[in-house]
Design a protein around this ligand. Structure first.
Ligand code: ASP
Length: 663
């Protein structure tokens, strides 16, 4: 940990040189050095606007703005679009009926000015590292100072979603995993018929999801004049690229819903989806109104994982007045392992039907897991009636207010977990694991504040004669969180979070409290923030992640913690990363090399002259850097543009120590 004094003065106990710091700032901007360097004189002593720099140099804001303007790619947000089929991309075939057709979608999207800006694309093409296959979303006021670039993967077999099975869920999940590090968010274009099932299944398959996955589709194909497709698509891109909602969600008809809370409610309305037991996360009107308080966040220190194994031996059994014991018996025959029971009202089945009870009881005894949910659209299962309590006694698990889609896919996911016992599976079904159910009987957090604690905010608002709108409240909370972090005051921080402050709020520079705690080197606070849902992927307006902040400080322990929680360097472009490594090698900074390696950098990366860090360390006569690089897998045989290996330079400069190290 470093003391306030050190930080306030802009000095940094871990840092090797000012030159390195400057380089990281440029890296987070996408790695352009060139002329930008002269705009950044004021930044040399600090890092992307930390307070000390503000005090030292009144022109920091100006410099920082120039920096953003001149940045290349630092504030781009990349979204991967997976196009699976569905009405959204369908066109009429030769028989005059709608069907998905291959290789048409991308070509047509390029011609729609509201979906792709050709002029921005042409500007981007001239930037190093830009992949021309990307589309560029036209500028909109909703993406504050950032550009959304998106790439479309079209599946070989485009399908009507009625044909979706667990194989498609697995494919989507694996594709997202494959591209996870390289993109800020994901949009899945999908038919509406089984959209809620896919969203629910993905929400369970994805463990510790840290980035947005938005599923959308449309009722009318996107290329038809009255389509809802363009609105749904553009809003989904903006949400996936700029709003930090690390959940599997469904965007439809101007609302973003939690995927595992949503059902299709209309086959023809534009408002085709609803999440009856959970408020929408975003309401899109003129602005994007985000309900940050209900965003579900992972609260364990672990990286993103895909667990696609699902049991197929599950089914939905809807109770109806004349259902027979024989039907239930037939339904529960092997290989069935899990049944979602759709009961009446608050979870009731007929209490005067011993045959029904007997069959359910027999199946439970054979090891079939029964989960009880209600047939009603809203409300939850709760054992308030005699008719419902009986089920609990038989060992049927309460599914609370889960949708049928969520209950079924969760059961598939839980049953496939071979590492946990039957009892643990039953417990898991009744637990809220991805925001899919509401339990009023267990409080998520012990509440240590009382509602009066909010009064100071109201008083403050009155003093300034302003209305305490939700957005103002969020801003005040954000400032207080930053202040508590600057003061290393964990108690106040926890209290503010309990009071509803958003742990991932960003200040005017885009800095989160996680950035601040990392900058302060306060590992305990960082741990506490991660367990409260702080997101390691959020970037400042100049593209700096908490991991880059930790690298700037050469804070190895911090880097290890962030990496354990899934932080990575993949969004930094290769040439920028190469520059950073080569600089560390040139200046002989073993600690910086180590910091970069632990953060995941490849020590054999090279610049445009094919110089590796080892070449640079040799040329600049840094035996310590040479030793570190050789011990950590740097190739002694790498050849630069002149055909020289590192040892050739050691021989040229006649450096016996380094020659020895390289032999
Ligand atoms: N049948 C179509 C599908 O689910 C309906 C739609 O896309 O809205 O693929």
């Amino acid at each position: 940990m470093i003391d306030n004094e050190t930080v306030e003065n802009g000095a940094n106990s871990h840092s090797d040189s000012d030159e390195e710091k400057e380089d990281i700032k440029e890296i987070s901007n996408g790695g352009s050095k060139s002329a930008d360097r002269k705009h950044n004189g004021n930044l040399e002593n600090g890092f992307s606007g930390q307070r000390p720099v503000l005090r030292k140099s009144p022109s920091f804001m100006e410099a920082s703005q120039n920096f953003v303007v001149h940045s290349r790619g630092g504030n781009d947000r990349k979204v991967l679009v997976i196009y699976t089929g569905g009405t959204i991309g369908m066109v009429k075939n030769k028989n005059g009926v709608l069907a998905p057709q291959r290789s048409i979608f991308e070509t047509l999207i390029r011609t729609y000015p509201q979906l792709h800006s050709n002029s921005l694309w042409r500007m981007k093409v001239s930037e190093p590292g830009f992949e021309p296959s990307f589309f560029v979303l036209p500028e909109t006021k909703d993406c504050e100072a950032c550009t959304i670039l998106y790439k479309i993967i079209e599946y070989d077999k485009l399908i009507d979603s009625s044909n979706v099975t667990e194989k498609e869920w697995e494919k989507i999940a694996i594709d997202i995993k494959k591209h996870y590090d390289l993109f800020d968010g994901f949009v899945v274009l999908h038919g509406t018929d089984t959209l809620a099932y896919t969203a629910s299944a993905l929400s369970f398959i994805f463990e510790n999801l840290g980035k947005p996955v938005v599923l959308t589709g449309s009722q009318i194909p996107i290329f038809e004049p009255r389509s809802d497709g363009a609105d749904n698509f553009v809003s989904s891109l903006i949400i996936a690229g700029t709003l930090h909602i690390p959940e599997v969600t469904i965007f439809f008809g101007s609302k973003l819903f939690r995927g595992n809370r949503t059902s299709k409610i209309s086959s023809n309305a534009f408002y085709a989806f609803e999440s009856p037991n959970c408020d929408p996360i975003v309401d899109v009107g003129i602005d994007f109104e985000v309900n940050t308080r209900i965003i579900f966040k992972p609260t364990v220190i672990d990286r993103f994982n895909v667990s696609p194994k699902l049991s197929k031996n599950v089914g939905l059994l809807r109770i109806f007045p004349s259902i027979s014991g024989a039907v239930i018996r037939a339904f529960c025959q092997p290989p069935i392992e899990g049944v979602v029971l759709e009961s009446y009202g608050a979870g009731n089945i007929p209490s005067n039907r011993p045959d029904v009870y007997q069959e359910i009881s027999a199946a439970v005894k054979r090891g079939v897991i029964f989960v009880n949910i209600t047939q009603c659209n809203t409300g939850s299962v709760s054992p308030i009636y005699e008719a419902g309590q009986g089920l609990e006694k038989l060992g049927v698990v309460s599914g609370y207010d889960m949708t049928p889609e969520a209950a079924l896919t969760k059961l598939s996911y839980v049953l496939a977990k071979s590492e946990i016992s039957h009892e643990e599976k039953k417990n898991m079904m009744a637990m809220n694991i991805r925001g899919e159910l509401t339990r009023t009987d267990v409080l998520a957090l012990p509440q240590t504040h009382n509602p009066k604690d909010l009064q100071p905010l109201d008083t403050l608002a009155k003093c300034f004669n302003v209305e305490l709108t939700p957005s103002l409240k969020d801003k005040v909370f954000c400032a207080l969180l930053q202040y508590a972090t600057e003061q290393n005051d964990e108690n106040t921080l926890e209290l503010l979070l309990e009071m509803g402050a958003n742990v991932n709020c960003q200040n005017w520079e885009g800095k989160t409290v996680l950035h601040e705690a990392v900058l302060r080197g306060n590992i305990r606070m960082v741990e506490c923030l991660l367990k409260k849902g702080a997101n390691v992927h959020l970037k400042t307006k100049i593209g700096e992640t908490p991991l880059l902040t930790a690298i700037q400080r050469n804070d190895i322990e911090m880097i290890q913690l962030l990496v354990k929680c899934g932080a990575h360097l993949a969004s930094i472009n290769t040439s920028a990363l190469a520059e950073l490594l080569l600089l560390a090698a040139r200046s002989g900074s073993v600690r910086k090399l180590e910091a970069l390696k632990i953060a995941g950098a490849d020590l054999n990366i090279c610049d445009e002259l094919n110089h590796t860090p080892l070449h640079k360390a040799v040329i600049c006569k840094s035996p310590k850097a040479v030793e570190y690089l050789v011990a950590n897998g740097a190739s002694k045989d790498a050849v630069d543009f002149l055909g020289n290996k590192p040892i050739d330079y050691a021989i040229k400069t006649n450096d016996p120590e380094i020659i020895n190290q390289l032999r």
